[in-house]
Write a protein that binds this ligand. Structure first.
Ligand code: GN1
Ligand code: MG
Length: 349
């Protein structure tokens, strides 16, 4: 299969080494390297059960790329490579949709954030990306996953899973389900945020884990990558998911919840980096909502993991029995620790 895909891009499979790459839950990713020189590529298969119209992703990347080239030619934008017949997305019957991008030389990604400085750089890149697209016509973007970060809908889907999900799992998750229900005021706060004219719809990334930022050899941020979920959105999505994935020294996969902690220096780095990247574009209401952003996204991910567990892991899949339950409990614990620090963090601006 991969041989045929790579041929479509004019690459000779016999000269290539192909290795599985990264740790995303949705798409498949490979690093493709040439033996004969130091050129490498990143090949991805887009999960079209999740992204119902992969062509829309290609459309978004195309129009964003053109806009940045015209208005911010200095921005380093990773362009999608074309097949020999000139397409920027390739559909293979029975196998799905593929995309190829160059692996940028002298750049690297970071899987697990190691220093507040890296978190600062990453937050700055996500802020800068949105800022540079300030004049971009947001409505021209296709919505690649409708309601992706709509917390009310995620809550509704969670309630739905209590009606139609696996009865044994529902009974065994009683404690966690009650905790999530008791915290539904977070949904109300999110709905109020959307009604508040101080919060603007902008071009946001919606998948701001640190591995979606390219760094240079001096560990300075270069640009953001993986634009599948770039859509009209609120800044809380990008800041919130950065906090969700950077504040704790352990990831959503950790099952020893005592290791989950909120590192204040990372919180501060994300706030400062994002504000610097946005160059004062945030309104006063938005600047006051950094803590809320973290709560929205951690709560949303807890709902999504627990609902998926109750729905027999149909979305995320599971590598072991109860995998999504552990992930969901991990996020509940992260939210608890976050809420304990609310006063301190809100003051940290
Ligand atoms: C998925 O595939 P990945 O890891 O980039 C998910 C995110 C979740 C994340 C949790 C399209 O992202 O929203 O936050 O898993 N992406 C989609 O690990 O659902
Ligand atoms: Mg992704």
């Amino acid at each position: 299969m991969l041989q045929q895909v790579l041929q479509t891009y004019g690459l000779d499979f016999s000269t290539l080494e192909v290795k599985s790459f990264g740790s995303g839950l949705i798409n498949n990713t490979w690093k493709v390297s040439r033996h004969d020189n130091d050129t490498s590529y990143i090949l991805q298969r887009i999960n079209h059960h999740v992204f119902k119209s992969p062509e829309d992703i290609a459309h978004n990347i195309r129009i964003i790329g053109s806009y940045l080239a015209a208005h911010h030619p200095d921005y380093f934008f990773v362009r999608t490579l074309h097949t020999t017949s000139g397409a920027d997305i390739y559909f293979m019957e029975g196998e799905g949709y593929f995309r190829l991008v160059p692996f940028v030389k002298r750049s690297h990604t970071v899987d697990v954030v190691q220093t507040p400085q890296q978190a600062f750089e990453a937050a700055k890149q996500f802020g800068r990306f949105t800022h540079l697209l300030e004049g971009f016509p947001v409505d021209e973007l296709k919505v690649t996953i409708p309601d992706f970060h709509n917390l009310s809908l995620r809550y509704h889907q969670f309630l739905q899973s209590l009606q139609t999900g696996n009865a044994t799992r529902i009974a065994n998750a009683e404690k966690e389900i009650s905790w999530l229900k008791e915290h539904d005021y977070i949904v109300k706060s999110f709905d109020a945020m959307k009604q508040n004219p101080g919060f603007r719809l902008r071009v946001t990334h919606h998948d701001t884990k640190i591995s979606n930022v390219l760094f240079d050899e001096q560990d300075k941020g270069v640009c953001v990558i993986d634009l599948d979920t770039v859509m009209p959105g609120y800044f809380i999505s990008d800041v919130g998911d950065m906090m969700r994935t950077c504040l704790s020294p352990v990831s959503e996969e950790e099952n020893d919840f005592s290791k989950i902690k909120i590192r204040e220096e990372y919180y501060k780095a994300i706030v400062q980096g994002y504000i610097e990247g946005m160059e004062n574009e945030l309104s006063a209401s938005e600047k006051n909502a950094f803590f809320d952003a973290a709560c929205y996204l951690v709560y949303m991910q807890a709902l999504r993991f627990i609902a998926d567990h109750l729905n027999n892991d149909e979305y995320y899949g599971a590598r072991y029995e109860g995998h999504n339950f552990i992930r969901g409990c991990n996020q509940i614990n992260l939210l608890k620790k976050l809420l304990e620090k609310e006063d301190r963090l809100r003051r940290m601006m």
